[in-house]
Design a protein. Structure first.
Lengths: 114, 110
């Protein structure tokens, strides 16, 4: 069974530039999550989708971050404009339904903002 | 107070040792608890769920203490391959969003 796919794996940008990350969850998984993991910390949930609807985006900095999950499958996370403190690994995860189910993580996108 | 707190470590132990980690959580309404393992520069992976009655999977034992609001992970007969960061995960206030602790780093030495 294919796992969660993410691209790109690495991205280096200058501050104030824009960047977008893509995630393809495991087939059949209704719930998709985006996490931000800063070095030395645990993952922090940014947004959770159930199919193509948003369940929770309370920790998403909406002035610069946006995410969508068109057709309830793939998802994109965008940062515009990026700040130095956005340097982190952005992890996408999926699960069959919700938080009571095991979450399967993709390899992440490592973002460096200079 | 953080929602989920862990001692960041590192815990440095010799092969064959027994090591235990604790994790405390702040929301008494939390219902689901997990331990995830994260290797260096890799994604987190589920190690085990934590049930009210406690559960064991080979060398790993997880316990839940609702009264004191903490969960624990015990690793017996540590292997070099157990070296990783162990993330305590709690569902958020009875809903279905998960909150991760900062992780406890374990280093098993020969």
């Amino acid at each position: 069974e294919a796992g969660v796919a993410q691209s790109p794996r690495y991205k280096i940008i200058e501050k104030r530039q824009s960047v977008a990350f893509w995630c393809n969850p495991i087939s059949g998984h209704a719930t998709l999550y985006w996490y931000q993991q800063i070095l030395g910390q645990g993952p922090k949930l940014l947004i959770q989708f159930q199919n193509n609807g948003v369940v929770d985006d309370s920790q998403l900095p909406k002035d610069r971050f946006s995410a969508e999950r068109l057709k309830g499958v793939d998802s994109t996370l965008k940062i515009q404009p990026a700040k130095l403190e956005d340097s982190a690994v952005y992890l996408c995860a999926s699960s069959l339904r919700g938080g009571y189910n095991e979450q399967f993580f993709g390899p992440g996108t490592r973002l460096t903002v200079l | 107070r953080k929602e989920v707190e862990q001692d960041p470590g590192p815990f440095n132990v010799p092969e064959g040792a027994t090591v235990a980690f604790n994790c405390t959580y702040s929301n008494s309404a939390s219902q689901s608890f997990f331990w995830y393992r994260q290797d260096c520069r890799k994604e987190p992976k589920l190690l085990m769920s934590v049930y009210s009655s406690g559960n064991e999977d080979g060398r790993f034992t997880a316990q839940l203490n609702r009264a004191s609001q903490y969960i624990s992970l015990l690793i017996r007969d540590s292997k070099l391959s157990d070296s990783a960061t162990y993330l305590c995960v709690v569902n958020k206030g009875g809903g279905n969003m998960l909150t991760f602790g900062g992780g406890t780093r374990l280093m098993v030495k020969p």
